[in-house]
Design a protein around this ligand. Structure first.
Ligand code: ADP
Length: 648
């Protein structure tokens, strides 16, 4: 059976919750040991007890064996994942285990001073490796890509370390090294330096790792970090001891043994993790260092939405790259801290965070547009989608928010809305102005016309020919002005009189229009044909106006032949496209856009009567129906006017 499956199948069912409960006592023990170390140091009790094999057995059970297992799992983990921190942790654990195993084994067989020398040097070596692991962990230089390269590295590092440890052992036992310890007197200066450094490196590694605990909340990291801290304390203890076997010496050894126990607990967490996720222990180990970037992590990193995860106390435990970009806070600044501190949120409709949490309990997810603040205090519009996270027992376990920065979109929308409002207002003003102006202008105009006519009647005989002609021009001008004002009034009425659209039967509309145009149709021998016409949503009167204007133009701008007009309809997408085709004089294609503008004409008044407003009215009506109008024409080849009406 391989070691992973052995670990997996032998682990008890509920150890994880059990380990979870041990968290506080685990920390309490560490604090107690700190206290006792100081106490024993100051009491300086000389009594010593050091039976030959006790230390060896304890070390074998609590440090030696677990170290070998952890080192083996780490080795396999590195092979699979290429994760550097795992490699250094593995070889560090192995060296640490071997240092205690070798030195305990040699008790009674070699001089105490030599044993202490070799032990101290090997754990110094181990501390360097642990520190290297922790350093790689935070600096994210964490993956070796080449698989064959990994095998070579393992061979070199593990073998190299074993040879180094053996070498240290041999030269220590042979007495080639300066003594680190003199029984009864305590450590030498060189020992103090080496052990001091070792304790420091263990402490630094544990510090880095425990800091990661606040980021990841990983229980493995917790025990692993505390384990290293205990080892660091243990080394402090033996650094201060003056004789082996004294209470202080035992406290130091005890702290190291306990460190071993903590590492065993960390290993149990790996096993449990492996079992729940149905993966091998080595894979679980590398995942705890969050070294192998999973697809999910890659995704979190690359999405443009901020993804923010909190624990059940609403402390931030996840903050992706987009969150950094959107809010301006770096992950290191926010992780482990209350979300409230960073995400000051204005909720819609007098909501607040407690409403939201209540809502989340009922609905599992919540979406809204909210306003939050960037680090620089700028407001940002956020489209948020928050879901609650539940544990296996369906208890609230935190939240995950996917937040999209919609500030730019919001600003653009607001600007467009403002422009639309302003446009509507100025249009309304303009329409009102056109209506009032055309209405009121007619009054003085009528006065001018009637007084001119009065002038003509009263002074008929007193005026000469020229004067008569001038009065005629003036009357004609006034009449033209009156026509234009009438048309303008009609034009302004198209939108100033709001109508509700109703179904309009275009067959009937055409019939009505033909009645209105009976005289010009008869006079000009016009032939009008048409496709079956649909019923559309619009307004009867306006639709008559459209047909009347288009048909009367086709008659007015006729050619030499008798006018022939065909009205056809086809349906395209969601609109009806009407066309009115004639065989009239046609138009120069370069003027086709101009004719829909108010008072724009292509012909002089003495050629064709008109004010140039008919097509502008048609266009305005078609727009009001929600459609478009355009024309195709060539001089001498007739014109075809098209307009669309949406089919709702
Ligand atoms: P009006 O007919 O009073 O001049 P309109 O707005 O109805 O005003 O038409 C604008 C101009 O478009 C006309 O002066 C004419 O030059 C041109 N036009 C309109 N309909 C036709 C048509 N069926 N054939 C040729 N030209 C046309």
């Amino acid at each position: 059976m391989d070691i992973d499956s052995a670990l997996i199948s032998e682990s008890p069912e509920n150890e994880f919750t059990f380990i979870e409960k041990l968290k506080i006592p685990g920390l309490a023990i560490v604090i107690l040991i700190v206290f006792l170390t100081f106490l024993f140091y100051f009491l300086d009790i000389e009594a010593s007890y050091d039976p030959e094999n006790l230390s060896f057995f304890l070390n074998l059970i609590f440090i030696g064996m677990p170290s070998v297992i952890i080192a083996f799992v780490a080795l396999r983990s590195f092979l699979k994942s290429g994760a550097w921190p795992v490699l250094w942790m593995g070889i560090g654990t192995l060296s640490f285990g071997l240092s205690t195993l070798i030195s305990s084994f040699l008790i009674g067989k070699a001089p105490v001073n030599d044993i202490i020398t070799l032990h101290n040097l090997i754990i110094f070596f181990a501390s360097l490796l642990y520190f290297l692991g922790a350093f790689f962990m935070i600096n994210r230089v964490n993956q070796m890509e080449s698989k064959s390269g990994r095998r070579n590295v393992i061979l070199q590092v593990y073998l190299g370390s074993l040879i180094f440890i053996l070498f240290i052992t041999v030269i220590s036992v042979q007495g080639f090294l300066p003594p680190f310890f003199i029984q009864g007197e305590g450590g030498t200066t060189i020992r103090h330096i080496v052990l001091g450094l070792t304790a420091f490196l263990f402490w630094a590694a544990s510090f880095i790792i425990l800091k990661q605990y606040f980021r990841t909340n990983s229980i493995f990291i917790y025990w692993y970090g505390l384990g290293l801290l205990l080892i660091s304390l243990g080394i402090m203890g033996i650094l201060l001891e003056s004789s082996m076997g004294t209470p202080l010496s035992w406290l130091g050894r005890g702290a190291q043994l306990l460190g071993g126990v903590y590492l065993i607990i960390a290993t149990m967490v790996i096993v449990k993790e492996a079992r729940t996720r149905n993966i091998a222990a080595d894979e679980a180990l590398s995942s705890f260092f969050s070294l192998k970037k999973s697809n999910l992590e890659q995704l979190l990193k690359n999405v443009s939405d901020a993804i923010i995860i909190t624990d059940s106390n609403l402390h931030i435990i996840g903050w992706n790259k987009a969150a950094e970009d959107i809010y301006g806070w770096k992950a290191e600044e926010v992780l482990g801290k209350p979300e409230m501190e960073f995400l000051e949120t204005k909720y819609p409709h007098n909501m607040n965070q407690s409403h939201l949490l209540k809502d989340l309990n009922l609905k599992d997810s919540w979406n809204a547009e909210v306003i939050q603040k960037r680090k620089n205090n700028e407001d940002i519009n956020i489209l948020t989608s928050i879901s609650s996270l539940k544990d296996e027992k369906d208890n609230f376990n935190g939240t995950i928010a996917i937040n999209r920065d919609i500030t730019l979109r919001k600003k653009a929308e607001e600007k467009a809305e403002k422009q639309a409002r302003e446009l509507a207002r100025s249009n309304a003003e303009l329409e009102n102005f056109a209506y009032v102006a055309s209405h009121d202008l007619r009054e003085p105009l009528r006065m001018i016309t009637s007084f001119l006519q009065l002038l003509k009647q009263r002074y008929d005989d007193k005026l000469d020919e020229d004067a008569h002609e001038f009065i005629e021009f003036a009357v004609d001008g006034a009449k033209r002005l009156d026509d234009m004002i009438t048309d303008l009034l009609e034009y302004s009425r198209v939108t100033s009189q709001k109508r509700d659209f109703v179904p309009v039967n275009c067959e009937k509309i055409l019939e009505e229009t033909l009645i209105l145009l009976k005289v010009p149709i008869d006079e000009n021998n016009v032939i009008i044909t048409h496709d079956p016409l649909p019923t559309v949503l619009g307004d009867d009167k306006l639709m008559v106006q459209v047909f009347q204007n288009l048909l009367s133009n086709s008659i007015k701008y006729r050619g030499l032949e008798n006018p022939k007009i065909h009205i056809s309809v086809k349906k395209e997408n969601k609109s009806y496209i009407f066309s009115v085709k004639d065989n009239g004089i046609g138009m120069d294609p370069k003027h086709l856009k101009r004719i829909f503008t108010i008072f724009q004409r292509l012909h002089k008044r003495d050629e064709y009567e008109g004010t140039g407003i008919g097509l502008s009215i048609v266009q305005k009506i078609v727009h009001q129906f929600g459609g478009e109008i355009w024309v195709e024409s060539e001089p001498g080849k007739g014109s075809t006017f098209y307009f669309t009406v949406p089919d709702n």
